[in-house]
Ligand binder design. Structure first.
Ligand SMILES: [Mg+2]
Length: 227
């Protein structure tokens, strides 16, 4: 079997935080810039944390220096931990646990994250629903501001775990937005799109992912995931 690297998006794909992630970001902007409305006008779907903060800072007329982004990220991570401890409506999406179980049983399969969340944010969200330990590695929002670049980093880490050259591996990006699909294409990976986030199946299919499903319980989804 071909060595396989799975790179899972978090928000809208593995789970929904019921708005806790957005609340944490809004509170971070309120504390840092006294502007809770900084992110009001745009969707976070498919954006990396650094890109969200850069857009928010520009929205409120602040210069988005790397130092400013780092400072806001530190506040966000602290507030996110509080929000996640309160977030009663965080839930794992349908079919995710079964898919992770099936992937864990497959030989030569590295299960990792490909997420715009910084590592500490990813840990807070996934720990809340008890699945953080299932991901041995990842490409994160703290690795790069661009989604394609953080996926490239995650793919290389997965191949290293499998002790296989990256060119010999099948890389599959599992995500819920057009940005996941585009970033997968940019690094030459397959994309498996699920309509469990804010995008409908038809909208995702229009972006020509390798595979698309309503959710991971759909007929053929596990076969598409695992090859
Ligand atoms: Mg997502």
């Amino acid at each position: 079997m071909r060595p396989t690297v799975l790179l899972w998006d978090i928000d809208g794909t593995l789970l929904s935080t019921g708005g806790a992630g957005r609340r944490a970001m809004e509170r971070a902007f309120a504390r840092y810039a006294d502007r809770r409305d900084a992110c009001e006008a745009f969707s976070f779907a498919g954006m990396t944390d650094r890109a969200i903060i850069r857009t928010g800072l520009e929205t409120v007329g602040r210069e988005a220096t790397e130092d400013a982004i780092d400072a806001l990220l530190a506040i966000y991570v602290e507030i996110l931990a509080q929000e996640m401890s309160l977030a009663g409506d965080t839930r794992v999406h349908a079919g995710v646990i079964e898919a992770l179980d099936a992937a864990a049983r497959r030989a030569k399969c590295a299960i990792g994250l490909g997420t715009g969340n910084v590592r500490a944010g990813a840990q807070a969200k996934l720990t809340r629903v008890g699945i953080y330990e299932r991901f041995a590695f990842g490409g994160f929002g703290c690795d790069h501001e661009r989604r394609d670049e953080l996926l490239r980093i995650g793919a290389a880490r997965g191949a290293a775990m499998l002790e296989a050259p990256l060119e010999a591996c099948r890389v599959v990006v599992i995500g819920d937005t057009p940005k996941d699909i585009a970033a997968a294409r940019a690094i030459g990976a397959e994309s498996l799109a699920v309509a469990t986030g804010t995008y409908a199946l038809a909208e995702l299919a229009a972006c020509a992912p390798t595979h698309s499903f309503t959710d991971l319980r759909a007929r053929g989804a596990l076969e598409a995931l695992l090859g």
